[in-house]
Design a protein around this ligand. Structure first.
Ligand code: PEP
Length: 256
């Protein structure tokens, strides 16, 4: 399986800044066959960047899209409109869940819409600090995972990527705590078990499971060597080109 290094730029960079970053990244990036490099710019930058990107070297992800293809949904962009523009889409990110109130039902429809439009959903699951404190981690991960995958047929499971992102370890607004590698291992093993129980061993084995939560060049190696982790979803550190390329280098070293 490839190692996935996915940068989530969130609400950062103008289109011009995103284009300059991409230009520099493409220049710095060799053609790694076993590392899937992906960045997720703002929706407005996706179209121009899709004309600029070299898909042999890396791919683009949407940070969000709406599950209906078209209609009276003011302000939305559909997965249909992103077809051919983005190869991946982040779905169920904790910022969508907790800032924008997206529940498992919405996430489920978005996962299905992404697959329908040939976009690979990166389904994010993870517990909040208080859910962990109340011993609800297993239930939360199970609900988000099973909920998000409800409409995914057995044959389509190979079109899905899962990201375990404990909300308490994401550093978007505050200095976050770091997840310990054994905590990540435990959650990733749970995710794999749920996939095996639902879809069978053979299909479940093929699903990449990423970790995200304050990943940077210094801790990337530790997370990438956690058993069952197939890649990283990176927020803050992906905004600094040198850090993102350093993380890609770490992935290459771990892989070899
Ligand atoms: C994220 O928001 O997906 C994320 C992992 O952010 P950070 O790396 O900044 O914690």
């Amino acid at each position: 399986m490839k190692t996935y290094i996915v940068g989530n730029w969130k609400l950062n960079f103008t289109v011009g800044e995103a284009s300059i970053y991409l230009h520099k990244l493409l220049k710095a990036l060799p053609n790694y066959r076993d590392i899937e490099v992906v960045v997720a710019p703002s929706t407005i930058a996706l179209q121009p960047l899709s004309l600029q990107v070299d898909r042999h070297k890396m791919k683009l992800a949407a940070q969000n899209a709406f599950y209906r293809d078209y209609g009276a949904f003011t302000g939305e962009t559909s997965f249909l409109q992103l077809r051919g523009v983005a190869d991946y889409a982040i779905v169920g990110h904790s910022e969508r869940r907790y800032i924008f109130g997206e529940d498992d039902k919405t996430t489920q429809k978005k996962v299905a819409a992404a697959i329908r439009n040939k976009i690979t959903p990166i389904l994010c699951v993870g517990e909040t600090e208080s859910e962990r404190a109340f011993g609800e981690t297993v239930d939360v991960i199970s609900d988000q995972l099973i909920g998000g995958l409800t409409d995914v047929a057995d044959d389509d499971l190979d079109k899905v990527v899962i990201a375990y992102e404990p909300v308490w370890a994401i550093s978007s607004t505050k200095a976050a705590k770091l997840a310990a590698p054994d905590e990540v291992a435990e959650a990733v093993a749970l995710i794999r078990k749920i996939l095996v129980d639902t879809y069978g061993e053979k299909s479940a084995k093929e699903v990449p499971i990423l970790f995200g939560g304050s990943v940077n060049p210094s801790n990337a190696g530790a997370y990438l060597t956690v058993p069952g982790v197939n890649g990283l979803l990176i927020g803050g550190s992906s905004l600094i080109l040198s850090e993102f390329t350093d993380i890609i280098e770490v992935a290459k070293r771990v892989k070899s």
